[in-house]
Design a protein around this ligand. Sequence first.
Ligand code: FEO
Length: 491
Amino acid sequence: MIQVHIGHTICRIVEQEQERETTTEITCTHAIIKFNITLSSIDFFFHRYLCTCQSFICKNLHKIIKFLTYVRAFRVQPNDTFFQKTRRETMTNFYKAVPISDHVFWVGAIDWNSRDFHGYTTRRGTTYNAYLIMADKITLIDTVRIPFKAEMLSRIASVTEPKDIEIMVSNHSEMDHSGSLQDLMALVQPNAVYASAMGAKTLGKIFHTEKGITPLKDGDSIHLGNMTLAFLETRMLHWPDSMFAYLKEKKLLFSHDAFGMHLATSERFADEIDRTILDYEGATYYANILLPYSPLVLKLMEKVTNLHYEFDMIAPDHGPIWRKNIDKVFENYRAWALQKPTKKAVIVYSTMWHSTELMARAISEGLAEGGASVRFLSLEHNHRSDVAYEILDAGALIVGSPTLNNNLFPATADVLTYLKGLRPRNLIGAAFGSYGWSGESVRQLRDILNDMKVEIVGEDITAQHVPDSDVLTQCFALGVRIAGMLAERAE
Ligand code: FEO
């Protein structure tokens, strides 16, 4: 049992460990309130059980719970001051900051188990990168998702007292980077917190207050004493708030999500990691996060070039830090943003009784016969984010679906909704599918492809129940024709 003295009131806390959860009871004047508390986050559903007695404890319960969260996260006794204890605990803690440049440290978190990032499958996990600049005015760039707050604080505390941070910068308001910001502001009480103008507004909507956030304009700089941070708005890459921060003296670009990837590794630098993995995860990240904004990426690359900045290092908010081959990183972004037509064709299909699959196979053979490079993606075996990756450098998107209850098969509808949002460009394509009696799916596929501005090649191909040799011959011929068009467009 823990007793916490709050004002003149004693808050009695009884905790019971059960598997990975702890049930905590708080006794106020008139009621016992039970809620679940995990290592670093709490279940606010306890509000439903709030006593209405208006005692000090009830009225301040929210603050008490928050306090308890910190206590638990750092395994300290509640009568110790938070910062003293944080510092002491982390002296023996295994979460350390990693120096990435003179006076600059990585203080983020590694999420080895992340497998889904708002619909994008992240098979190799991810990192949430935050950076500490040990300038005259100690500055923190971005934070981490809330469950990883303690890890970040521990890494910070291995370099300096968290309360010594004077400036915080939010390059991007999405919660994987701003999740811990509000708590950190309360703990550290920095002199200033900066975001872009849109960032300040977005954080205001997330935190329900803009208090304490100073908006910056494109081109503004802030002086950290012996160093300077210059800011560059990168609107809609990929949120309206996004901005770059450039540490002039170190030629170091803090690039938020841009140039990042979902990849959890023990290595912090890209040049320590297998190039094939970097190429695959970098392209997958671009395809699933930045693809819709490709025209803006091209404009940004031009703007950055015109600034004549030099880059010794790019420190994104996910995945490894780039300190070698930076030109290649920019080149990749230019190529992905341009989406020049290639000879690659992607067939995406779902199937109920293998009829649509037979058609897909015939198209695939025709494509190969015509010299195209084929990616054959059954939606039973491939995730929507795999399809996005393959589309990034493709010239054709050919989609098949059976009709189910007068509609598209759900897996096809899912992937097309996702792809439509990603707005791939410069694609030709076609629709095909089998049906039992009504056959609406292929018309629906065509409508969606038209909405996506995919140039449709030939007529829709349908088969009732099982495709016969005539239908399969049509499919093969469609493949040959598309391959021919791809060869012309790729020249
Ligand atoms: Fe990594 Fe857009 O958040």
